[in-house]
Every structure is written in structure tokens, then in C-alpha cells.
Design a protein around this ligand. Structure first.
Ligand code: 1HN
Length: 380
């Protein structure tokens, strides 16, 4: 990712773990610079820190500001071929102004005006949509129209054709998560334009997509279809199912049975009904319902959270924020994260703090790099 022609600058420094600074050492370093060589002994602290030091920082974006600016863009910026999407990305303040929420994850608000179409295309980047407000937009994935509404989660594995259409007379906003920074860094991306117009049968709003009719029945795997591609064949995880699963965990806890991750904290992972794996090869998605306080935890890899419901307080590393519906925040690698729901928050259906989360954990797990650490008060 480096720019071309960045000169190498080696500085001889007086320090117990560095060689003596002499004219000969200076001359050696100039020789290294000339031949584009960098010795390990000047770099080891940066290359091999004792624990991850993320280039990203914790940061909060409020939904109120995102929607206000996205709506302005809706009036000023058309959607069409070339730009492809009215998607406005979160740029982590310490990642050089690039549209990267974390070193591996893209997160954006996407906004579609009444009657608008976002044209068909496909890319190797794995993607999903999560909807905090509204309904009436559907996304067409491989010719299968999938309706989206508040609380629904729609994974869409790389290289599937997809387009969006707003069939209502209201603008609609949702969030997109993609592994763009990861694929950018690893130079794995391909992209193709699709059809300019979709046929009428792909522009009607079905109650259920084909994928949901096949794969959307709990614990029941269809026998008549093969599923060979990466990522989940189920293109929508409906809010009613997520909500019920979380409510049941908390009910069971009240009745004295196991099921929550910690007291007052119910959580589920969106999983591939074909084999139980993560919904996307590079992205994990979860939903958390918090009725009290969570213990600080840190993990390798980074996450983006969106508040779906309720309000509360969130602490990430040295930052603490009050958060409310729609707000998005970033948890960089190895930074402790904890949260507390605000009792009696008025806009919450469940009376709890409901958090949608996505992370790059599948990549870290696949490579044997995933670590978590629950922090006790003694560590602090
Ligand atoms: C994309 O295709 C979508 O399909 C959203 O909605 C965000 C960001 C960069 C590149 C492609 C979408 C995107 C994107």
C-alpha cells in the first residue's frame, strides 16, 4: 500500500539496545539506504510489539449526523453507473483519510431516494446490509429479489450480482459492511458491471425471497439443492427471528437456565445454515442484547457496532460515549470494550441496549491469530 519512492531514512540513535553511534555506523546506514535495505535492529519494536497496537482508534459516528448528511447527498448526488452507490463511508481518524472504518472493514451509510435504482454489478468483496430504519427497498441478488426492513440482516458473499431498488415514496437508509480494506491491502479485488436494466420480474417485491423459502427454516436443510459457494445461501435474516432468539435467552436466564453469554447479556451469531460457519468468509456478524453491564473484553481483530435500539454508555480503550439508536462506533484490535444499558430508555422495544456487531474474526480464526481476553478488575 506504500507510495512509490518513499526514501528510507535510518537514524543511528544512542540507546542501550542499539549499536554505538560512530561515523562508520552512519556510513553503513547510508549504504543500507542506498541499496533499499532496512536492518531489523532499528525496527523490531514497531514490527513485533508485545501486543497488537492498532493503527485505528476508537471513534463514534452519530446516526443523526450520518442521516442528515446522507439526506443532503440524496438531494445533490445522483445514483448511477460509475459511482454505483450513494454510500458514504466511515473514515477512521487515524487511517489517513481513507474510507476505512478499521484496517480491514468498510462501513457506510447508504441512502436511496424514492423510486431510485442502484445499478447491478458484482465484486469479489464480501458484503452485507443491516437496516436500522425503514422498509420498502429490496436488493436483487443473482436475480432473487430480497425485501429489507428494520432489523433485517442481509449477507451477500463476493462475486454475486446485485442491485437495489427503492419502491416506496420515502428515502431509505441502511448500513453496508464490506471487507474492502482487507481486499485492498491484499490485492485480491475484481469488479464487473451488470445489466443496465433489470427485467420486471426482478423488480417486484415478494414477501419472501427464493433464498428464504429454501434456507430460512430453522434447523431444516433443503435436500434438493447444492450449495458450493463461499458464504451463506440465506440472503436475509429477519428481525423477528433475531429478536425472538434474544428474548428467549433472557427469559431462560430469568428462569434459572443457562443460555446467555454473561448475566443480562444475550447474544447470537448470524450463521450459514449450510454448515454453521460464519455468514461471510471474512466477516462475522452478531447481535447483542444487554440489560445491564458487560465485563471489559478485548480481542484481536476489529469490530464495528451499530446501536439498533435503546441507549447506554460504551467504553472502548480510553474513550467513553453515550450512545443511542443508530450510532456507530469502532473497536480496534486489542482495545478493551464494555457497555452498560441505560435503564428505562424510552425508544427501546425490548427495554435493553440492542447492538448489531460485525468483525473480521473469521480471518483471524482461520489463520490461528484470534485471541480474546476477558479483563478482570485486577488487570485494569
Ligand atoms: C457496493 O456495491 C455496495 O452494493 C455498497 O450496495 C457499498 C462500497 C464500495 C464498493 C461497492 C452495494 C460499496 C459497494
Amino acid at each position: 500500500m506504500g507510495t512509490t519512492d518513499t526514501p528510507i531514512r535510518l537514524k543511528a540513535v544512542s540507546s542501550p539496545d542499539q549499536p554505538d553511534v560512530t561515523p562508520e555506523l552512519e556510513e553503513l546506514y547510508r549504504g543500507f539506504e542506498q541499496e533499499l535495505l532496512v536492518p531489523l535492529w532499528t525496527e523490531i519494536g514497531d514490527l513485533m510489539p508485545a501486543h497488537p497496537r492498532s493503527r485505528a482508534v476508537p471513534h463514534l459516528w452519530t446516526w443523526q449526523n450520518l442521516v442528515r448528511l446522507a439526506d443532503r447527498a440524496g438531494h445533490l448526488v445522483p445514483v448511477g453507473r460509475g459511482g454505483e452507490r450513494r454510500a458514504i463511508a466511515l473514515a477512521n481518524p487515524s487511517l489517513g483519510g481513507r474510507p476505512f472504518a478499521t484496517p480491514t472493514l468498510w462501513a457506510a451509510i447508504q441512502y436511496l431516494m424514492p423510486g431510485e435504482d442502484a445499478p447491478e454489478h458484482r465484486h469479489t468483496q464480501h458484503a452485507f446490509r443491516f437496516i436500522v430504519e425503514g422498509s420498502g427497498v429490496w436488493t436483487v441478488v443473482g436475480g432473487d429479489a430480497v425485501p429489507m426492513k428494520r432489523g433485517d440482516f442481509l449477507p451477500q458473499a463476493g462475486w454475486n450480482w446485485h442491485a437495489h431498488h427503492n419502491a416506496t415514496d420515502e428515502p431509505m437508509a441502511w448500513i453496508d459492511g464490506l471487507d474492502i480494506p482487507f481486499q485492498y491491502m491484499n490485492e485480491a479485488q475484481f469488479f464487473e458491471f451488470g445489466r443496465d436494466e433489470l427485467p420486471a420480474e426482478e423488480r417486484t417485491t415478494p414477501e419472501l425471497s427464493r433464498s428464504e423459502r429454501l434456507w430460512g427454516h430453522p434447523g431444516l436443510r433443503p435436500l434438493g439443492v447444492q450449495h458450493g459457494t463461499a458464504g451463506s445461501p440465506l440472503l436475509a435474516y429477519k428481525w423477528e427471528h433475531t429478536d425472538r432468539a434474544l428474548a428467549h435467552q433472557l427469559d431462560l436466564e430469568k428462569q434459572g437456565y443457562a443460555g446467555t453469554v454473561e448475566p443480562g447479556h444475550a447474544a447470537v451469531r448470524f450463521s450459514n445454515p449450510h454448515d454453521g460457519s460464519d455468514v461471510l468468509p471474512t466477516i462475522r456478524a452478531e447481535f447483542h442484547r444487554i440489560t445491564g453491564e458487560t465485563a471489559p473484553i478485548r480481542e484481536t481483530g476489529s469490530s464495528v457496532f451499530q446501536v439498533f435500539n435503546g441507549s447506554g454508555e460504551v467504553t472502548v480503550g480510553d474513550k467513553t460515549w453515550s450512545v443511542t439508536r443508530g450510532d456507530l462506533f469502532v473497536v480496534p484490535s486489542w482495545q478493551p470494550f464494555s457497555t452498560r444499558s441505560e435503564a428505562g430508555s424510552t425508544d427501546s422495544d425490548s427495554g435493553a441496549l440492542d447492538l448489531f456487531r460485525f468483525s473480521d474474526s473469521p480471518v483471524f480464526e482461520a489463520l490461528g491469530l484470534h485471541r480474546t481476553q476477558l479483563q478482570t478488575s485486577e488487570d485494569a
